[in-house]
Design a protein around this ligand. Structure first.
Ligand SMILES: [Zn+2]
Length: 109
């Protein structure tokens, strides 16, 4: 966390050596931190946010996860990055809601 803040607060320069300004972009419906050069308009995305956007795009297309079992119950395991993205952790509640007869939504609350 400390390292990430240091990156965000550090001075950034474009390929031409101009000083870049911190900014926030809206990309694919998501806020992404980054830097923009006021002179040549070069942009750089914050690596962590770029990673989040990559994951978000992947999730929009859908990822496959396997259903397991625990005793008599069926369980699904979330990849850690997905759980972190949506703030899903052990003990939280999730609403299961029918989208139609083939789709089911999971809504962390
Ligand atoms: Zn520049």
């Amino acid at each position: 966390m400390k390292k990430e803040r240091a990156l965000w607060n550090a001075k950034h320069f474009c390929m031409k050596g101009h000083s870049m300004k911190r900014t926030r972009f809206i990309m694919e419906g998501m806020e992404v931190r980054g830097w923009v050069c006021r002179q040549c308009h070069e942009t750089v995305l914050h690596p962590e946010d770029a990673q989040r956007m990559f994951l978000f795009n992947k999730l929009k297309r859908g990822i496959s996860i396997k259903v397991g079992s625990l005793g008599n119950a069926l369980i699904v395991r979330f990849p850690k990055a997905v759980a972190k993205f949506y703030g899903i952790e052990k003990g939280i509640k999730i609403i299961l809601r029918s989208k139609d007869t083939e789709k089911l939504e999971l809504i962390p609350i």
